[in-house]
Write a protein of this length. Structure first.
Length: 119
């Protein structure tokens, strides 16, 4: 006789229901993200979130508390990026292209305005 755990039928049924619920939630979240990523407004929002969370910045600080805080905030951005990548592996590149295009358009408009004022 081994020390096998004893499971009640109700425990197995509960575990199966929990697993099914988790799979449904994950599929729904993935579908939601795929739909949201089609919206340029949402992509711009994500870029702002990633800027605020310091996704691409080094969180190092000589103050351990500041560094811990920065790492925690950055982890949120990384989790969102992981969700985005699960939904569409090319979405991050698209978001970057959107941001660069918007920045270039803004710079061109500012340059045109300066030339008009100097003109």
């Amino acid at each position: 006789m081994g020390n096998k755990p004893i499971f009640m039928t109700s425990d197995v049924a509960k575990a199966a229901k929990i697993k099914k619920d988790e799979e449904y939630q994950k599929a729904r979240d993935l579908s939601d993200m795929q739909k949201l990523l089609k919206l340029p407004e949402f992509r711009r929002f994500l870029w702002r979130v990633w800027e605020k969370t310091g996704l691409t910045r080094n969180p190092f600080s000589t103050n351990a508390l500041e560094m811990g805080r920065a790492c925690g905030i950055q982890a949120v951005g990384q989790e969102i990026l992981a969700d985005v990548n699960d939904a569409d592996i090319y979405a991050f590149a698209q978001i970057q292209r959107d941001h660069i295009s918007e920045r270039k358009s803004k710079e061109a408009a500012e340059k045109k305005e300066e030339e008009k004022q100097d003109g």
